[in-house]
Structures are given as C-alpha cells and as structure tokens.
Design a protein around this ligand. Structure first.
Ligand code: NAD
Length: 249
C-alpha cells in the first residue's frame, strides 16, 4: 500500500475510462470507497466497480453529467449524505475538441468549458460544501501539460486546462484554513482514448520531445493523485504536480 485511505470516500468524475479508471482502482486499492461517475456507458463504469470488488475493494457507480451543474451538485450532495462523508473529489471528467484558432467554433469552445471548467467548478462546490463541515478534504483537478505550455491546435482545450490552474490556486487559498487541500495534476502524453486518435506521425514527433522517451501510463498519473489525496500531503496545496516524463519542466 502506498498511502492509506482506509475509511475515506472518494468521487472520481469521468471515472470509467483512462486516467479516471486508473485513479478509481488506485484509490480503492488504498482502502477508499470509490464512487465511479460516468455520463454515458454504464457497462464501462460497472466494469471498474467489478474490478475493484474482485480485489476486495469498495466501489459504486453514479451517473451524472458534470456539465449539468444542478444535477452534479445534487448528485454529489446525495452521495455524501448516503455514505456519511466525502473526503476526496477527483475532478477528472474532460473533453477535447481540437482545432487551430481560425477553426475554433463557439459551440466547441462552450462544450469544452462547460465540461472541463464549469463541470469541475460545480463538482468542487458540492464537495467543498461537505468538506468544510468536516474540516478536512482533498480536491484534485485534472489539468494538462498544454494548460501550461500551449499546443498548436488546442486553443480552447488548453485555455480550459489553464483555467483549472486558476481554480486550483483560488480554492486552495479559500479553504486552506479548513484543512482542505486543492491541487492540480498536469499529465503529459498519457496512453488513453483521448490520445489514441492522434496520428502515428504526430505521436512520433511528440515522442522526440519527451525526455523519458515514452508516453505515460494512466496508473502513473493515478499514483500522483493518490499521493495528493493522502494524509501525508496535508501541507501541499495550490500546487500543480506534473506527470510528463520531463516534457515540460
Ligand atoms: P478519456 O477520454 O479516456 O476520459 C475522460 C472521461 O471523462 C471519460 O470517462 C468521459 O466519459 C468523461 N466525461 C466526459 N464528459 C463528461 C461529462 N460531461 N460528465 C461526466 N463525465 C464526462 O480521457 P483521459 O485521457 O483519461 O482524460 C482524463 C482527464 O485527464 C481529462 O480531464 C483530460 O483532459 C486530462 N488529460 C489527459 C491527458 C492524456 O494524455 N490522456 C493529458 C493531460 C490531461
């Protein structure tokens, strides 16, 4: 066991695939009861729960769309009430619609910000409301290397991921006195559904820019998240933990 999370309750938004799934599995392996949020595809969410339960962990699914603020806040409040506590929120749900500046459509920009930024805000609002009363909590936002570096073809997405760094720093300042820590994890190039659509040519070009010489695995991001969720990380707040093989230092 890396960091003991026994008895804690964690919600992972967009927890049925990729980095979210790996995070659910790692947090459950550390002893947390994990709520696997999904928006579509109940089977994949159930599959995560099955994998966790098979290894002796505790997990359940929860359907809500983080872009629906009220539904998200209500769902998170109900989960906290039913399970009696909420210690960890991993705001992982995210979408990417790529396009060079001149091709960025308003509707794509709105969709990206609705899910990535407003969805993270709504999730955090509901979670912090519960954590404030408990005077302890952990909030982790999934930012991205492109939020710090930029990336040609990802104007709207990178702006949304940069916005999460502002959220991280501000909410960290607002609730540090209540022992709630708020941090961002900024993954580099991680092998998930989000990156499989990238052409082999672009991928090869990117690999040359990664000092580690390889892409990252979702479990490697999940391990960083588990650290930030731990009691050991109580004095780490408002920070961005980069998991990128040295691609941005
Ligand atoms: P993914 O596409 O596999 O997972 C994203 C998850 O979010 C999916 O489960 C999806 O269903 C869920 N989701 C999307 N819209 C939602 C909504 N409205 N409500 C609830 N859930 C919703 O991608 P991933 O690579 O695992 O990405 C996870 C997070 O990490 C994202 O925020 C992404 O921006 C970020 N990230 C990924 C990489 C990478 O290289 N893969 C790099 C940097 C940052």
């Amino acid at each position: 066991m890396m960091f003991d999370l026994t008895g804690k309750v964690a919600i992972v938004t967009g927890g049925s695939l990729g980095i979210g799934r790996a995070t659910c599995e790692v947090l459950a392996a550390q002893g947390a009861t994990v709520v696997v949020n999904y928006v579509r595809g109940e089977d994949a969410a159930r599959d995560v729960v099955r994998a966790i339960v098979e290894r002796g962990g505790k997990a359940e699914i929860a359907q809500f769309d983080v872009a629906e603020s009220k539904a998200t806040e209500d769902a998170i409040a109900a989960i906290a009430k039913r399970l009696g506590r909420l210690d960890i929120l991993v705001a992982n749900a995210g979408v990417a619609v790529d396009g060079l500046l001149l091709r960025v459509k308003d509707e794509d920009f709105d969709r990206i910000f609705d899910v990535n930024v407003r969805g993270a805000l709504a999730s955090a609002k509901a979670a912090v409301r519960v954590m404030m009363r408990a005077r302890t909590g952990r909030v982790i936002f999934l930012s991205s290397i492109v939020g710090e570096m930029g990336n040609a073809g990802q104007a709207a997405y990178s702006a949304s991921k940069a916005a999460l760094l502002g959220l991280t720093k501000t909410i960290a300042r607002e609730y540090a006195s209540r022992s709630i820590t708020v941090n961002a994890v900024a993954p580099g190039f991680i092998d998930t559904d989000m990156t499989t659509s990238i052409s082999a040519e672009v991928k090869d070009g990117m690999l040359k820019t990664i000092p580690a010489g390889r892409t990252g695995r979702p479990e490697e991001v999940a391990a960083a998240i588990a650290y930030l969720c731990s009691d050991e990380a109580a004095y780490v707040t408002g920070q961005t933990l980069r998991v990128n093989g040295g691609m941005y230092v």
